[in-house]
Design a protein around this ligand. Structure first.
Ligand code: PEP
Length: 262
């Protein structure tokens, strides 16, 4: 069985850009992708602005009919109710969010998020038809002590345990030591772990799930290294932090197909 997985280029803005800056940025991205006649049918582009920008982004995307997807950087495990400061998946769904990042390493380390909580948040998103982009990855200490794949595989297994049968998810392999460090994994290292993740999810949820699920690499991706990652059989896209905040660089990354000579 062979499924064609549509490449996904995703920009995690983290806590950058207020809603006015977001409007200007998304407009520029829209023009820039138009200028280069970016093939959005074949490469999906999704941005993850802060919560406070989402309504403005939705309005602009709708008004200008931009074919850019957007999502949130986090979601509550709970439905609407007495949970001060949290944002329910129901609200994100109303804002047209198609995706939500769950388990980013910054949330795991600064907010102590466990795999179980990440699984519950992902399940809450799925109940509203929102696709979670589930982040996994090892720290430098994990790498030293257990090798690259052990921790990501354990995280994927624990998060999947909270999800219903055959869920629509994206998995982002982001070695923590590569995030924001300028020191990306090599394409071969990333492929090794992404391949192991695909094997593990196939073992856990069956062949169709393993075939259809997109696995991204994240960690210091830029226009110079994206093509190498995208040539790998088990890497279906990238989750990009710093480089997603620069219009020209993000647009170049989206054009990775132009740099690929197989
Ligand atoms: C991230 O935060 O998800 C990320 C991959 O960041 P950067 O691209 O800046 O390493």
């Amino acid at each position: 069985m062979t499924t064609v997985r549509k490449p996904l280029i995703a920009g995690n803005w983290k806590m950058n850009f207020d809603h006015l800056q977001a409007l200007a940025f998304v407009q520029k991205i829209g023009w820039s992708l138009n200028d280069i006649k970016h093939d959005l049918e074949n490469v999906e582009i999704v941005i993850f602005p802060p919560f406070t920008d989402l309504r403005s982004v939705q309005t602009l995307v709708d008004a200008d009919k931009l074919r850019i997807g957007y999502g949130a950087q986090d979601v509550s495990q709970h439905g609407p109710g007495a949970y001060t400061g949290e944002i329910a998946a129901e609200f994100l769904q109303k804002l047209g969010a198609q995706y939500v990042i769950t388990g980013h390493s910054e949330r795991r380390s600064y907010h102590g998020e466990s795999d179980e909580l990440i699984g519950k948040k992902s399940a809450a998103a799925l109940r509203q038809g929102i696709t979670p982009v589930i982040c996994v990855g090892e720290t430098a200490e994990d790498l030293e002590a257990h090798g690259a794949a052990a921790v990501p595989l354990q995280q994927v297994t624990a998060v999947l345990a909270e999800l219903p049968e055959n869920p629509e998810v994206v998995i982002a392999y982001e070695p923590v030591w590569a995030i924001g460090s300028g020191k990306a994994a090599t394409a071969a290292q990333a492929q090794e772990v992404c391949g192991a993740i695909r094997q593990k999810i196939t073992e856990l949820r069956g062949e169709a799930f393993g075939e259809k699920t997109r696995i991204l690499y994240g960690g210091s991706v830029k226009s110079e290294n994206i093509a190498e990652f995208m040539k790998q059989p088990d890497i279906d896209g990238a989750l990009i932090g710093g480089a997603s905040l620069k219009v020209e660089e993000f647009t170049k990354i989206a054009q990775f197909q132009k740099h690929i000579t197989v």
